[in-house]
Design a protein around this ligand. Sequence first.
Ligand SMILES: Nc1ncnc2c1ncn2[C@@H]1O[C@H](COP(=O)(O)OP(=O)(O)OP(=O)(O)O)[C@@H](O)[C@H]1O
Ligand SMILES: [Mg+2]
Length: 306
Amino acid sequence: MKSGEDPVASIDALIAALREQGYFADRRLATAVFLALRLQRPLLLEGEPGVGKTALAQALSAVLSRQLIRLQCYDGLEQREALYEWNYTAQLLHLRASEAGHQEAGADERERELYQPRYLIRRPLLQALQAPAPGAVLLIDEVDRADEPFEAFLLEYLGEYQVSIPELGVVAARVPPVTILTSNRTRDLHDAVKRRCLYHWLDYPERERELAIVQAKVPEAAAALTAQVADFVGRLRSRPFADAFSRVPGIAESVEWAKALVALDTLVLDPELVHETAGILFKQREDIAALTPERLAQLLAPQDES
Ligand SMILES: Nc1ncnc2c1ncn2[C@@H]1O[C@H](COP(=O)(O)OP(=O)(O)OP(=O)(O)O)[C@@H](O)[C@H]1O
Ligand SMILES: [Mg+2]
């Protein structure tokens, strides 16, 4: 992309701009992002671990020169951690001071004074809504880990880019935040959430893209080694091999593995080396045990050119 060109003028411009930030998107993903931006809709990204869901939001915030605001979801996440809470200590001090000062203030007036915006602690959702131009990128990461009431709470934000705060009324977005939700699909999200979002399933990359990513992240690796990493990992993820493992490596693991192999001065992969470094590719004892000598031989066999 030529500098100065609008990164969201076209899908190609967006692909180029993301690449400049070190993120390699295929056309389908770039189209989904492009449309989310054009239609001002949240984008729900689902995919296996380590396929670049979080990294996309990070790259996009750089491309758009918008600040990234991240809401990491977990079981038990509450509204006050996501949206806002009142600064009770400051409110209490205010109350004491006003009691000591002008006793004559009525209860209503005191309450109004207590619930002024300066006593509001803004959490990610509210920060995103109130971000100054050009607005924020809000990453609602791993939304499948939060519980269903939290999903229901998100609906107003996702549908209208606004939230209702009882003491202050409706807070609407100054600039609609570019909103990315990610999920590992540990559970199905509610239809109402999905309906408010554009949806994209982020798959493992095809060989060329994985090669490009590893090359970009581990430039010190020789081209032949990078190619072997991409081939090996690609095979692991395809059948029949994939069926033997509970979880196959993502892009993050390919990159880590290439770094490790460089650190070990590797020129050519061999079964022993794969075995010794298997803890980078797999995080389950059973998966490492499934790397039998026979499988390793098949995985490392020269590529069939046909
Ligand atoms: N398309 C890509 N282009 C460049 N780097 C990528 C890409 N996809 C993944 N990566 C690299 O892989 C790493 C892991 O990606 P990321 O953390 O975004 O995965 P994730 O899908 O969010 O995983 P999880 O579900 O475990 O959170 C990133 O740090 C990034 O370096
Ligand atoms: Mg992530």
